[in-house]
Ligand binder design. Structure first.
Ligand code: DQA
Length: 146
């Protein structure tokens, strides 16, 4: 069992990027936390960050080896029909995550064009949004809820 964590544009700057909104954890910190939880659960996990829409689309298109994708599409969330269509084109289920609560910020952030093709959306919990998404996946994949 295997999970892909996809981070979109500007998330490579976490730690120094608007820490009052996104917190002080770096992308490596987030990935390390997720890796620990995945290891404990015996689940494989890979990480990719890209500032390019096309690279994110290709990663989604090539995700057939994965059981789930955790996706923070960054600002693409709000307008990338191409990423939405990529998600709709593959069987790999996608959990949408955001560090910040996109529903209590600028109005343009509250709309996600990805949400209608995602399993669900977790936002506003900081690093906890990713951890909660992975916890859900672990429960689904290992049957821990049964
Ligand atoms: C974000 C929220 C987006 O609106 C923003 O463009 C980001 C980060 C988040 O994780 O809170 O880049 O996806």
């Amino acid at each position: 069992k295997k999970v892909l964590v996809l981070h979109g544009p500007n998330l490579n700057l976490l730690g120094t990027r608007e820490p009052e909104i996104y917190g002080s954890a770096t992308l490596a910190d987030i990935n390390n936390l997720l890796k620990e939880d995945a290891d404990k659960a015996g689940i494989g996990i890979n990480f990719k960050q890209s500032n390019y829409e096309g690279e994110l689309i290709e990663a989604i298109q090539q995700s057939s080896d994965y059981d789930y994708i955790i996706l923070n599409a960054g600002a693409f969330t709000h307008y990338s029909i191409a990423i939405r269509d990529a998600i709709a084109s593959v069987r790999t289920p996608v959990i949408e995550v955001h560090l910040s609560n996109i529903h209590k910020r600028e109005a343009f952030r509250s709309n996600s064009v990805i949400a209608p093709v995602a399993v669900g959306q977790i936002c506003g919990l900081g690093v906890g949004s990713y951890i909660a998404a992975l916890q859900y996946i672990i429960t689904e994949l290992t049957g821990a809820k049964k």
